[in-house]
Unconditional design. Structure first.
Length: 59
């Protein structure tokens, strides 16, 4: 699991971990995992947007 979390670039694994914690009544751990998931998702979106913008032809 630790290897999967360290390779999580889009937040999906942390989201799954958060859901697992949530289902097991571990609300603090779930909130932490969801926070990391949200941060990673935002970072990926920013990175992808920057890459897309860089590929646009200059006017």
């Amino acid at each position: 699991m630790k290897r999967a979390l360290s390779a999580d670039t889009d937040g999906s694994m942390h989201y799954r971990l958060g859901r697992w914690h949530q289902k097991n009544g571990q609300t603090r751990e779930a909130a932490e995992a969801f926070a990391v998931s949200t941060r990673l998702k935002a970072e990926k979106l920013k990175h992808d947007t920057e890459r897309f913008t860089a590929l646009q032809p200059a006017d």
